[in-house]
Design a protein around this ligand. Structure first.
Ligand SMILES: Cc1cc2nc3c(=O)[nH]c(=O)nc-3n(C[C@H](O)[C@H](O)[C@H](O)COP(=O)(O)OP(=O)(O)OC[C@H]3O[C@@H](n4cnc5c(N)ncnc54)[C@H](O)[C@@H]3O)c2cc1C
Length: 318
């Protein structure tokens, strides 16, 4: 295993535990006087994409900041200690949210709440809008961005599972100022590690619009409203004369990266979606998923949750 992947996995376990125990941490801080402040850093606010890209290679240990809803928490807990912060919020070209009959293109600065409240006849946007409600709490959704969540590559991010299930394509720009496209299948490397390179910026995510034969389903389970999910399932099912012909069934949060359960889809092919077939597919998903170790929940419990969310996500596609 590469050192980078290994350290990402370690950071993931620590960050997940700390996020879940945040309230305990604040109590500790109050009683023991621990500091919840970020280390010093240089703050830069470029006014063009070109300038932002130059800053990425001309400064010590730079990190892009978009909504800051993940990065600032990580900095305050000293899990991330960048020397330089590059704030991209002035880059207006990253605010685009383009919808046409064939595709939906979400620029790097589009927030969770813009998606949540966007009124559109697009079936894909309506679906994303219903999923957005599951992300954190309202104030976080107003600041956090779709692309920031994808770049952050937390396996429990709803948008990461959507990227994979809905056949999204990431557009990044690098030092040669040329666009590079990353297919969702190749995007996630390890928890908190994507294929975006250190000197690149994620500029947008594009999804194909769904047609009248395609149904989408989402379900997740978390202990409390606003918590990160223990498991989630995003389903994209193509039907022909009520029989499954193709699609994706993606499990998020339960494993290291969002994962397609191809065996569950293979089982469904040629069959109708009903309680019986959806339950069997959900059993396959629970059996095949490689569970990520977690001090909060046992493997057996997580498999049960995977089964439940997969069943509900598939039934929603009926
Ligand atoms: C209490 C709490 C609960 C939360 N619950 C959930 C949840 O249930 N589900 C969920 O998905 N998220 C959750 N989040 C995270 C939230 O959704 C964040 O908004 C999101 O993960 C990151 O978006 P951001 O714009 O704030 O990114 P930032 O915090 O600014 O950045 C996150 C990371 O992505 C990188 N980055 C950002 N934009 C780009 C870009 N354009 N190009 C390259 N790199 C980039 C940054 O360098 C950083 O490493 C929660 C956060 C909090 C504080």
């Amino acid at each position: 295993m590469m050192m980078e992947e290994l350290s990402c996995r370690i950071v993931y376990c620590i960050l997940k535990h700390i996020t879940i125990s945040l309230s305990n941490y604040f109590q500790l801080k109050n009683t023991q006087g621990l500091s919840l402040k970020a280390s010093n850093f240089l703050y830069l606010k470029p006014t063009s994409l070109d300038e932002a890209l130059s800053f990425l290679v001309s400064n010590e240990e730079p990190r892009i900041i978009a909504g800051g809803q993940s990065l600032v928490a990580a900095m305050n807990m000293k899990l991330a200690q960048p020397e330089t912060i590059i704030d991209i919020t002035e880059l207006h070209e990253l605010k685009k949210f383009e919808i046409d009959k064939k595709s939906v293109n979400i620029g790097a600065l589009v927030t969770h709440s813009e998606i949540e409240f966007y009124k559109s006849s697009s079936k894909l946007v309506s679906f994303l809008s219903s999923v957005a409600k599951n992300i954190a709490h309202i104030p976080i959704r107003f600041k956090g961005t779709f692309c920031g969540a994808v770049a952050n590559s937390d396996p429990a991010s709803e948008w990461c599972s959507c990227l994979l299930a809905l056949d999204g394509m990431a557009e990044v720009i690098g030092q040669n100022r040329e666009k590079r496209f990353i297919e969702s299948e190749n995007f996630f490397v390890a928890p908190y590690l994507s294929d975006i390179q250190y000197d690149e910026i994620l500029t947008s995510i594009k999804f194909p619009e769904i047609d009248e034969h395609t149904k989408l389903g989402f379900n997740e389970y978390s202990r409390r409203a606003g918590d990160y999910a223990i498991a989630m399932c995003v389903s994209k099912i193509n039907l022909m004369e009520d029989k499954v012909v193709d699609g994706n069934i993606v499990i998020g949060a339960a494993s290291e990266v969002p994962t397609k359960i191809t065996d569950a889809l293979l089982f469904l092919k040629g069959k109708e979606l009903n309680e019986n077939t959806c339950l069997k597919a959900a059993n396959i998903a629970a059996d095949r998923i490689k569970i990520l170790d977690d001090i909060e929940s046992s493997e057996e419990y997580k498999r049960d949750i995977v089964k439940a969310v997969t069943f509900r996500s598939l039934i929603a596609c009926k």
